[in-house]
Ligand binder design. Sequence first.
Ligand code: AMP
Ligand code: ZN
Ligand code: FE
Ligand code: FE
Length: 291
Amino acid sequence: MPESSSPGGVDLHTHTNCSDGVFSPSEVVRAALDAGLEAVAITDHDTLAGIDEARHAALDAPIELVVGVELSARIHNRELHILGLFVDQTNLDLVTLGKAQRDNRRDRAERIVARAQALRIELSMAAIDRCAAGAPIGRPHVARALVAAAVVPNQEQAFKQYLGIGRPLGVPKQLPDYRHAIETIHRAGGVAVVAHAGSSRIRNKLLLDLAAAGIDGIEIRHPQHGRNREIRLSDAARRLELLRSGGSDFHGPGRGNSTIGSCRVPMLWCEKLRQRSNRHRAENDCTERPL
Ligand code: AMP
Ligand code: ZN
Ligand code: FE
Ligand code: FE
């Protein structure tokens, strides 16, 4: 039986409706339980708002909650995503970076609306806010607003026609430097993992730069990675002495979305990431303790 379809295992990449997912944090934990997972990480974009509810849902259930976050960052003028796993959700540096990014997301949404209005496309901040319901505004929320206004028939079309890179409403957001994102995750006692490393067209040179900046791991297993990509990334992880991670990047049910647990990884991978996180925590304690 292939590793990914065996029972148990861990899903280290999921989203809730506290960012651009569909399920509430409790529903994600419930779905993870139903999928037979031993642990699930909630990794919302730029927020830890779903953690408390998820932790509560996992209490007394045979599943472990891994506290996570997905940060967008800039590396050599392109965007890449970095997962922070086993982070301290109360860490001030992390909370501050998340807040700055949520503000940047709002600025981008305002620029998207300005462009849409110039192009006479029906879109307003009020409509986007209705879709985001207080979550950090992502392009999927804008896509949902475009669907609600019947500008496009579905979200996929919204990305294809308007929101994708190089499309009329494909406005980039302000991003922190990748080194700052990695450092912040470390200061919060977490491990930094480069997300969907294959789909971001991460080349070897970028992986080298990420490794030099202290990245801890590579998400080698992801719905957008074929078997060959996973093997190549696994080789790179071995070469660069980086840990392996993986997950479904679950955003909820729906066409084109992966199901929770579909890219599960062995508990051993999770344990190695946890050990590394404990090391970061010990290092932080040392540097913060007065001599
Ligand atoms: P943002 O971080 O706001 O720029 O939006 C990125 C998010 O949009 C990703 O995490 C995905 O959830 C979603 N996304 C990106 N490309 C597409 C696409 N072609 N179709 C549907 N969702 C997409
Ligand atoms: Zn997303
Ligand atoms: Fe991502
Ligand atoms: Fe994601």
